[in-house]
Design a protein around this ligand. Sequence first.
Ligand code: SF4
Length: 647
Amino acid sequence: MKIQSILSTDGIFEKKLENFKARAPQLDLSIAIESAIKNNDILISEAGTGVGKTFAYLVPAMLSGIQTIISTGTKHLQDQLFYSDIPKVQNTLELNLKIHLLKGRSNYLCLYRLGSIQQFSNSFNFYYPEREFKDIINWSNTTGSGEISELTSVSENSNWWFKVTSNNDNCLRSDCPQHKECYFYQARELALDADLLVVNHHLLCADMAIKEQSDGIGEILPSAGIFIIDEAHKIEQSATSFFSEHFSNKQINLLTTDIFNDMFQISGDYAIKEYTEKLNNANLKLVASFGPHQQKKPQDDIKNNKNIYQAYDSVIDAIGALQKQLKPHKDEKSIESHSNKLSTITSFLTNWFSNNNNNDNNDKDKNDNHIKWFEVFKNNYKLHKTPLSIANYFSKHIHSSDASWIFTSATLSINNNFNDFQNKLGIKESQQIIVGSPFDYNKQAMLYTNKNDLNPQNSDFIARLMESAKPLIKAANGRCFLLFSSYKSLNEAVALLKDEFSLLVQGDMPKMQLTEKFITDKNSILLATKSFWEGVDVKGQDLCCVIIDKIPFSSPADPVFVARANKLKQQNLNPFEILSIPEAVITLKQGAGRLIRGVDDYGVLMIGDGRINSKFYGKTFLNSLSYFPHTQDTQQVINFLHEHTGN
Ligand code: SF4
């Protein structure tokens, strides 16, 4: 079957698939992907909104006869592919491929943890009264897949899921007495045999990290012949997280609970409690010693803080004392596994608290460039050791595999090239294609930047921006998104607009509900920060105007960003050009992408930040949005809104 006969005008999809319309850019992209698959190439592709990139890659991949892994940035897209898009292609083309979905370990019920909780409650004749726990027990008796998203009556944020699922840190793996029946491992077995496997970036990167640490032992995913990385603009962030080391005080809390439960089962007494409590208390003191919550700081900032170091010493002592108590029971697999985990925690903490980034005389570590940093929350701290670049890790995996790699997203290029993306991932050579949106931006949209030189560094910036935005909001009769780079700006805008307009504000309700309310309310304006810059899809005239406060540069206080910038400076490179601008361009394109979602949409994108016109770097941002006709004429924009949005 030829791709042209499927995706072109009067092709199979137009004849058989409801609502499918052939689009030339989709066919171009699909042909490029087919060619990359045939030649085992790396292809980097950008497809504007509305191209239909999902079918563009599914068709050649599913016709290739080669085992394929598709990785998405979000679970939402993972589900959409598995439950909707892939079955459409499979049925329409009458294929018979084995298709599986694999999520991370923490998305499946852990039979071992659930069993421990039940055993504990039986031993003490104690019954958990919560409705959620009863729902989980009932569901656990009937589920086939153990995938927790099946049980919709328990919120995905419920603390109960935290108690009855496992993660990379606390899963007992082959030491688990229920390894054979384990839902995650069963799903993984099926995944190994799939013709087409749908995963997300977290799992893909977790697999790479495991291969990196263990030379392939314990890998999660099969070695497929085609890797398709959708939402590829998110892959660097996922890879950075997975090639980092993390530690949170919650890991100690979970481990001490497991140790207490297992030791109680073995010895039938509470003797171990003295030691688990001692460790929990030392851990609590360490949390308190970090000081005020809501801060992210480099480890360097606390290296002379005696309180923190004393609290850390107490944690190490308490771990040692607990390990001594476990020693006589090491023949028990679960106890041996707990003891090993305590050793891993000790070694991470010792390394993290040492005042030398490369203290362990390990050659590999010496050559790596990491930043150690921490975050403090209300009752929680997290310690991180993050690589300054993931290019070496990622390129090793890509270039050592024989597979073809297809990277695709609506926002990957900067100034019409992929240099930044290639450098970040360490990709040496690649085929490349950019296909524009099939939407007619010249007719459907307008980019408006204000003539007044509004500078975000001025204290009256938000007040002046809101004054400039009000005529547009009125002309659009509400139906606007106002996207901010910080909560401070958002709150200031809310105070300025609340008496004049009907507002929906991020945080009032969950994201999905807030978006639905925006659609049904008709004349509201929605004010939000970064989480609404992508993954929100409001089609038609429900959304007529997107107003972005400023160029979304990363926070200069972010320790990883600062460390990366310092590293570039040491190499006599310009971090603003190499780091700040590319990141901000991609984020801005994501925000702009909320506006036009269909051929019948019309709307205005307003960028309030005057630096886009006045500063030398503004051109890079304007070039990246060059598919929008650009104006600084307020009246022209108001007329456009009146003309096209029915006011
Ligand atoms: S192997 Fe055991 S501990 Fe790990 S997820 Fe499966 S049931 Fe839970």
